[in-house]
Design a protein around this ligand. Structure first.
Ligand SMILES: C[S@@+](CC[C@H](N)C(=O)[O-])C[C@H]1O[C@@H](n2cnc3c(N)ncnc32)[C@H](O)[C@@H]1O
Length: 227
């Protein structure tokens, strides 16, 4: 099910970056991620750190084609999970995948700086490969929204491009920067996401680990909204 909270999901003049940089590449997104990111490893690690008990209310921020959303629901069917993304096209793919996987999921079309949820609605906000699509200012707005929709004591869990583990990882990341742009990716590669989360009010901000891939280093972060 897709509900379009924000018409079309995009804004005139914004730095909106589609799933694979260029809209025409969106249908190839899942294949590209599977081939280049050691997807099972990083998604598995993110799910393991985020889904620590049954019956959680979870938001998948920038859910794209729904791979993480579906993975969480399959791993822990008692979760109530919603995926949100600004691109109705990518959400149509997510909806088809959820139906094929026989999992009942809700997907909402909305932008990360104005999430259509009441404050303190979720126990977890999870997000994979999303923050590097945003400028620093948009990252700040998205982090503030994640904080707002989390319950006190709730947690943000993020897997995204982070500080490279070495020069080879830095060089490989140039491919991502060519596709998705330097303006939105440079904060990631500078390792600034923890600083972003602290500035938004989160506590206990830690990098849990990283996964080296053929496109660079994916970092796994955890942050907590204070009680
Ligand atoms: C690289 S994809 C990641 C998708 C998915 N989370 C995954 O792990 O495969 C980034 C997603 O962010 C979405 N996106 C980009 N800017 C956004 C914004 N401002 N608000 C909501 N979604 C946005 C894009 O539509 C795209 O689906």
């Amino acid at each position: 099910m897709i509900s379009t909270g924000t018409e079309g999901g995009k804004r005139e003049g914004s730095t909106y970056v589609p799933a694979l940089g260029l809209r025409v590449l969106t249908p190839l997104y899942d294949r590209a991620v599977a081939l280049t990111t050691r997807e099972r490893r990083f998604r598995g690690a993110l799910i393991a750190q985020a889904v620590t008990r049954p019956e959680l209310d979870i938001l998948d921020l920038g859910c794209g084609t729904g791979s993480l959303t579906i993975g969480i629901k399959r791993r822990e069917p008692s979760t109530r999970i919603v995926g949100v993304d600004g691109d109705p096209e990518v959400l149509r793919i997510a909806t088809r995948k959820a139906a094929a996987a026989e999992v009942l999921l809700a997907f909402d079309c909305a932008l990360a700086h104005e999430l259509p949820y009441a404050g303190a609605s979720f126990d977890r906000v999870v997000s994979s490969l999303f923050f590097h699509h945003l400028t620093w200012q948009s990252k700040q707005q998205a982090a503030a929204e994640a904080y707002r929709v989390l319950r006190p004591g709730g947690e943000l869990h993020v897997a995204d491009w982070g500080r490279p583990s070495g020069p080879t990882m830095r060089a490989l990341f140039l491919i991502v920067q060519a596709l998705d742009g330097v303006a939105t990716t440079r904060d990631n590669v500078a390792g600034r996401l923890p600083e972003l989360f602290v500035a938004a009010g989160f506590e206990q901000v830690v990098q849990e680990g990283h996964v080296d891939t053929s496109l660079g280093t994916i970092a796994l972060y955890r942050a907590r909204r204070p009680e």
